[in-house]
Design a protein around this ligand. Sequence first.
Ligand SMILES: [Zn+2]
Length: 157
Amino acid sequence: MSDRHRHVEALARIVLDRLDATEPRSVRRLRLAQVDAIARLLRLGAEGTNALASETGVVVIVEECRDDYLRGLDADGGLAALRIDWEEVVLRVSLRLAQERSVAACRCSRCGAPTVEVTYRGRRRRPPGRHFRRIGMTDLYRARRCSGCGLVQPPHG
Ligand SMILES: [Zn+2]
């Protein structure tokens, strides 16, 4: 991992921790939605993204987190961290949020263990459990089974 990449990761982690610690919950959700929206606009190269990022306070959050981060660095590290654009940090934060969401979606709602997708071929029989969903017009059914407690849950999508 390059130095630059390491700094982007570390900054993103600080921003994520700060977003996580935001209270109340409604403000936290708003902030997360703003970061995601700005990241999406950045990826599209949309006009006015900078202004929106400033107005919503997203840039301020990144810069405050950068200040915190700089305190723990030496001069060389500090210079490298200062050269990173806030846009890069926001994109990284948004990516990590998406990854966290997809991991959470694959967890068992009862015990938190990972779930695996299971399919069942119906052959005119009903699937063994009400959470199985038919795949289109086929005779295949799909669900997720917990690798820990065995709980069967509805599939994604
Ligand atoms: Zn489970």
